[in-house]
Design a protein around this ligand. Sequence first.
Ligand code: GMT
Length: 371
Amino acid sequence: MKIAISCHPTQGGSGVVATELAMGLAERGHEVHLVSMEKPFRLPDSSSVVYHSVPVTDYPLFKHPPHDLSLANKLAEVTVQHDIDVIHAHYAVPHAVSAILASKAAAPNHVKVVTTLHGTDITLVGSHRDFYRVCRWAMLECDGLTAVSQWLTDETVKAFALDTPPAIIPNFVDRARFTDVGRVALPDSGEVQIMHASNFRPVKRVFDVIRVFHRIQEQRPARLIMVGDGPMRGMTEELVAELGIVDRVNFVGPQKNIEDLYRRSHLFILPSDYESFGLSALEAMACGTPVVASRAGGLVEVIDHGVTGHLCPVGHIDRFADCALAILANPEAWSAMSAAASRVAMERFCKDKILAQYEAFYDQVVAAPVA
Ligand code: GMT
């Protein structure tokens, strides 16, 4: 099949999922084109995915270059030039809208449009009144809609009054990369390593990460690795200084080989307000790192409480810290949890299984008569 994928290239789960999907589909013999403002950071130069950049066209009349139109135009061009069967948009705003425009602009070619909803495109951006009507219209125009969890499907139906719920196709991990082979064990005593990775947006509650860690390191020697970057990073570094734990916390920015950090960490903390899925939690689990996360959104579909990690009420610093300390207290129980985390990640969310679901979805959409 010939597939054009569009996504945000910035740090964030939707771009990661779109890029991994593009690479996985190309490995399985499909012709895949990736259309984005910049080359997504997870797409290596060696990939057989064909990358097309979207031009930023400036003109004195424009206060802001109309990116969404340039994206639609580039998608239409790629569709016609390469006889694309399916445009797969990731993150509804603006990609679903641009993809629908592209499908019309590509006429007389018939191209089907699939959109995958990732979370904040529905909960924060798409449902904002500035985007709501156009976002709902684009979703209804799509030939297929998927969401990354049951929770997100339910939220979408509620927020947009949809008659047909989006199909659920969860996120996935690549076993070749995210594995527990070579991971470090939990020491009986001595320093433990805690990790958090995100785009440091308010929804991630990064201050909670620091406060939970502050409590952990009062009980046993510990180090915190903060991976990623984003708007709350500066204020988070200030909080670390205020609490006097600068020598215990490393802000390492975005990391190319994040799997090595997961394997060297004994616990992953994700105290978000909610996550539609929580891709970073899944990647940590695949590397054998137990997760302490919020009992919120789709995280309950990824983490089995007491088996692969712990789920705590949002904002309860003491509960998070107590759960983390309990997991770190017993190396035998920790090893069992680490093994379960890796096994569940691979059994339930393995790349081949999920890619097969996307292929079946495309087949169904392409086979459906043109409306
Ligand atoms: O979490 C974000 O701020 C970014 C957003 C994105 O577009 O990358 O993440 C969402 O999509 C990911 C991939 O499907 C999910 O794993 C994240 O849980 C989801 N974030 C939220 O729902 C807050």
